[in-house]
Design a protein around this ligand. Structure first.
Ligand code: ZN
Length: 117
């Protein structure tokens, strides 16, 4: 199934394909994710399509400069990033997805990104 996501101002629009929108969602305890306070949904990069707003995106990198953290330069919302632990995967900001539903805490995994800070 295909799900649409966008930043707050709507200039950045993407789609992901996944069988289950809530599968594999996670938080990360690294210093960046803690400050962003985000829940992420990972997909294979072939299942991520940036539809609009490529020119609106800025990329933030830090530490080992492997992961690419993208956010809208107009509204500031983080939309997605290319993952350090698997550069073939894109994680999107779960809250950017149009059809996102509230999750219970036990549905949200935790990744120990702090070990790589
Ligand atoms: Zn925006």
């Amino acid at each position: 199934m295909q799900f649409r996501g966008s930043c707050h101002c709507g200039r950045v629009i993407f789609f992901i394909q996944t069988a289950d929108l809530t599968a594999d969602v996670y938080r990360c305890n690294c210093s960046l994710c803690v400050k962003k306070s985000i829940i992420m949904k990972p997909v294979d990069r072939n299942f991520f399509s940036l539809i609009d707003g490529a020119e609106e995106l800025l990329c933030y990198q830090w530490n080992k400069y492997i992961a690419e953290h993208y956010f809208c330069k107009n509204c500031g919302v983080y939309t997605h990033h290319r993952r350090r632990r698997d550069p073939n995967q894109i994680s999107v900001n779960y809250a950017c997805l149009d059809q996102m539903i509230s999750l219970s805490q036990d549905q949200i995994g935790l990744i120990d990104g702090a070990a790589h800070d």
